[in-house]
Write a protein that binds this ligand. Sequence first.
Ligand code: PMP
Length: 455
Amino acid sequence: MSHKKDSAALQALDRSHHLHPFTDLQNHAEQGGRIVNRAEHIYIYDTDGQRMLDGMSGLWCCNLGYSQPQIAEAVYRQLQELPYYNNFFKCANQPAVELARALVEVTPAQFNHVFFTNSGSEANDTNIRLVHRYFDLLGKPEKKLFISRKNAYHGSTIASSSLGGMDGMHKQTRGLDYVHHINQPHWFANGGELSPDEYGLQVAGELEAKIQQLGEDKVAAFIAEPVQGAGGVIIPPDSYWPEIQRICDAYDILLIADEVICGFGRTGKWFGSETYGIKPQLMTFAKAVTNGYMPLGGVMVGDQVAKVLLAGGGEFTHGLTYSGHPASCAAALATLDILRSTNIIEHAAEHIAPYFQGRLREFEQHPLVAQVRGQGMFAALELVADKSSRKRLAPDSAGAIYCRDRANKNGLMVRQTGDAMIMAPPLICNREEIDILIEKLAIALDETAVHYQIR
Ligand code: PMP
């Protein structure tokens, strides 16, 4: 069978039997898609033989790229020694115990406990269970409400998608009635004539207004990503997080930082909470904790909450068969070992991220690019037809979709969200590789400008 035929046969099987996540199922059944079957360093290869620079680190998870034998070997060794045992009923396994300790060491000081899940979605469901249990044990059972933000992404289960603020998801499922949403700190889209800092304060103030409206005695927690990722890499104005922290402190409201994307170096420090100087009581992680090699998520539980849970007595009736799966924990231990022994996070923050952000700023001269925003190895470009009026290229984000398709065709994997091009390249990129990313992006932008006849 020729290479090409292999690919066509696989694509036919995929179209016939495989329902893809976040995909137009009818369109996929008719047209199929790309099948990625190999990866090396920061490059992915598909079955048609195309090589692409992965400007998205997989799905924001392969921060160390695809060639980390130490992680693969740790998983293999673990599978031979103990492929599975659970952490229920007074049992544990060695990698889960060691990983709990390692996570306590790398996360901010208030975190001394962890609850393991398989994914970010389950970790956010776990947050709800933890928070409800916490206030029940405190004798405040009426504190059950959550406040989140529009356009947030917290996962795809019923509970985590309810916490999220994605319109398209809410339209397709009836969410939980105890979750409320305020606006996101998206200055470019909603700031109007206000300065970023004025807007940051105003939109943070919506949290206080919402708490007052719902009642301080009813609101349990506020959940947010330090930087909204899937929503479009929404970098908050500098005034935003200090005001949110002030409000959470002033009322008896727990702050949950969803660090599923921001965690493990993406924003320049180990955690986005450190970049933005916030002190959450709970912290969701997943993705890059195993460098994407194995599924693993969890919640870091701060001392304030842990103290109550540990003193409470009675069973916490929550858990997953694979909470603390030994092979996933072995992958995470190896990942943390690499991060700690090589200073990759610090190196990327000092030497690569400033270069990446600086080169992206060159696109401010491009006729299509109205805003470049970013933090660390995380960035977005807002595309417009006209910079002064911020008129978009085409309805339904078609301009950014076109640009993404051109980039993909030219060997660069980037994503589009709304009218923004978004990027999260691996932290291990060097400057030459950033140059290649920028070059390919420039070609895609130029091709998009030609297509829409913008000069
Ligand atoms: N929270 C955030 C901030 C995320 O970006 C994601 C995934 N993109 C999730 C939660 C859900 O994680 P998972 O897909 O592992 O369930």
